[in-house]
Design a binder for this molecule. Structure first.
Ligand SMILES: *Cc1c(COP(=O)(O)O)cnc(C)c1O
Length: 342
């Protein structure tokens, strides 16, 4: 195995083409056998359903090298399940779970030279996705689909130490009640682009979205779920059916309860009560958990007292424990780690 000559520690979060990708086509009511291919370009009709009506869903996970040199993925079965839920909601044919897992393993295996070494902080990001590919002009689901998996190496999320971020309460909504907030669909991101560009222009790192119906409850950011810590070290995460169920957040809740003995609670979180919390973190595959130091609500600053200048103690412990499980320092719960043999 000859690793690519890449400056792993200085990689950013960008797309870098790797050697192989997986493709399976759905036609005449069935998925074909699928194959690994070298071509990174896609040719589809100008009228493809994905281009006209945004019929597309995706997943995101990573492969990385553990301390003892194994290449593994973290809970890919949950990505497979979630993608099935996303497909159903957009009237797309679900890609079978076992085949999803094989496709992910195969794609990593055939790009093994791009899996960053242990200790670099970098990972191989894996992007499974699916889109409606045949021409559709009257509004209806496509009849043909492509399921694909590509990989791209990405750099360490936190370069040169972690600084808590500042986010703002957003005046735009992310997801409607009974809408598509709970699935991983491209359309949820298209409508967040203006809000995030505007947030960055105003000097904020992220948007805190509130529930669209009442604008009194905390939902999530554009791409990460919230975890809060109370004064007495209880972990609280917002419950809502328009939040995307983050695998990282669900894993951190298990870690908090079973490894750290903390009380955990998934419930509605009112914006008015967030000043009672002492730490706040954002959970997602990319960063695992990144600390939020301050929320700006139209000029009013709410600071998380144990975590405004540096990552707070509870978030730090949660992060260390989950990354310890991922990297193999700590024993993982049954089924959390999928090894990819070269
Ligand atoms: C992908 C995503 C997350 C994070 O989910 P993970 O499974 O932890 O990576 C959170 N919120 C949204 C909106 C997402 O799309």
């Amino acid at each position: 195995m000859a690793k690519k000559d890449i400056d792993w520690a200085n990689l950013g979060f960008g797309y870098l083409k790797t050697d192989k990708r997986y493709v399976s086509n759905f036609k005449d009511g069935a998925w074909d056998d699928g194959a690994m291919i070298a071509d990174d370009q896609i040719t589809i009709s100008e009228c493809a359903c994905v281009l006209q009506y945004a019929q597309t869903i995706f997943e995101g996970l990573k492969a990385y090298t553990t301390e003892d040199g194994r290449v593994v993925c973290f809970r890919p079965d949950l990505n497979a399940d979630r993608m099935i839920d996303s497909a159903k909601r957009l009237e797309m044919p679900p890609f079978p779970k076992e085949r999803f897992l094989e496709a992910v393993a195969q794609t990593v295996k055939e790009n093994m030279d791009y899996v960053p070494p242990f200790g670099s902080g970098a990972t191989l990001y894996i992007r499974p996705y699916m889109f409606g590919s045949n021409a559709v002009i009257g509004v209806k689901p496509a009849e043909e689909y492509q399921f694909r998996v590509f990989t791209t190496p990405v750099g360490p999320y936190f370069k040169g130490g972690v600084k808590p971020i500042t986010i703002r309460v957003c005046d735009f909504d992310r997801a409607a009640p009974h809408g598509t907030g709970h699935i991983k669909a491209g359309l949820n991101y298209a409508m967040s682009l203006h809000a995030i560009v505007d947030a960055h222009n105003q000097g904020y790192d992220e948007n805190m979205y509130l529930d669209a119906a009442t604008r009194t409850k905390v939902e999530e950011t554009g791409g990460a779920n919230f975890l809060f810590v109370t004064k007495d070290n209880k972990i609280v995460t917002p419950k809502s059916n328009s939040i995307l169920p983050s695998i990282t957040r669900r894993s951190l809740m298990t870690v908090a309860k079973d490894y750290l003995g903390l009380e955990v609670e998934e419930r509605e979180v009112f914006f008015d009560e967030i000043s009672d919390f002492v730490e706040c973190g954002l959970c997602g595959t990319a960063a695992v958990i990144s600390p939020v130091g301050c929320v700006n609500d139209h000029g009013r600053e709410i600071k998380f007292v144990n975590g405004c200048d540096e990552m707070g103690p509870v978030i730090t412990k949660l992060r260390e424990t989950l990354t310890g499980i991922q990297m193999g320092h700590l024993e993982a719960p049954e089924g959390w780690i999928m090894e990819i043999k070269p």
